[in-house]
Design a binder for this molecule. Sequence first.
Ligand code: NDP
Length: 334
Amino acid sequence: MSPITSREIRLVSRPQGMPTEANFDLAQTEVEPLQDGQVLVRNLYMSVDPYMRGRMNEGKSYVPPFELGKPLEGGAVGEVIESRTPAFNPGDIVTSSLGWREYFIASPEALHLVKDNIQPLSVYLGTLGMTGMTAWAGLTMVEVKAGDAIFISGAAGAVGSVAGQLAKLRGCRVIGTAGSTEKIRFLKEECGFDEAFNYKTQPVLEQLQQAAPEGIDVYFDNVGGEMLEAALATLRVHGRIIACGSISAYNATSPQPGPTNLFNVTTKRLTMKGLIVGDWLDRRNEFEQEVGDYFRAGQLKHEETVVNGIEQAVGAFIGLFEGKNTGKMVVKLT
Ligand code: NDP
């Protein structure tokens, strides 16, 4: 059999501010022959995620930085093409963190078998994957319950749209914000949000207080900055904040100021909890059961924005910072 060629995306320079295509290279490699104990996987979909921006900087954060000249890494779902271990068979569908390439060889520990093959398989990168689990973990972490009023920023994205729908299923009043008229329609009409507003058209605080005149109990923060400040001002006594992300600052070239009204944490006895989804892996079965049941029952909508071909992956990644996606941004590789 002639060797398989695979394309992969490498980081060639560290972005300053917003990443550009010049920070990346699309390279071609030959896949090595398979050894005993190894599995050859062809990726079908790969994920682009905002957290990857942090890994493009130098210096360790909660995950090590991407190395220059090496392929990037990220969530992917693929099909086993060849296996030299009894753990996997050709045709098996697997998830891994070896995206940004068309083919790869791995040992079984690097793969997670997808058992029920829900279509499209990209759902395992979104609602039933890492971003869905982030939404579920965030709500679970601060014990979101019936009757809570919850405000979600970045609401029309992968995490936000699932968080809002799960909060509705838990009996909450859900308020979301996103950056376009179409996204606001999506939140209200397709995800069932009670209120949604476009943060680009009027000040966030003004719109949030109109949407929640009696205040909010929970803030699911995907954005930071002005959103966090508005939420701090609107939270009720004993309110909770899920500190999930801060996308408004990921491309900043200098440290961003904190909220001017942080003293609300004291006066309102607020709780702010940081979330890293990787800490929740031991509860993955629980997540897959609960969210999977909602999904199979048609109670949870999986929205995604799909771009085609690995050569479009960098553009898809940059698009996250320009609001180009509704729901999960994924790249289809076949
Ligand atoms: P999304 O699918 O939400 O995509 C990003 C969206 O963010 C864009 O579509 C855009 O929508 C919005 N956005 C971009 N720039 C800005 C800005 N300056 N101000 C306000 N909104 C902006 O991404 P994810 O759902 O994957 O991630 C959402 C957040 O959750 C991110 O902060 C991410 O880092 C974080 N996260 C954290 C995890 C954890 O373990 N803590 C795990 C996964 C994600 P719009 O059109 O509305 O502007």
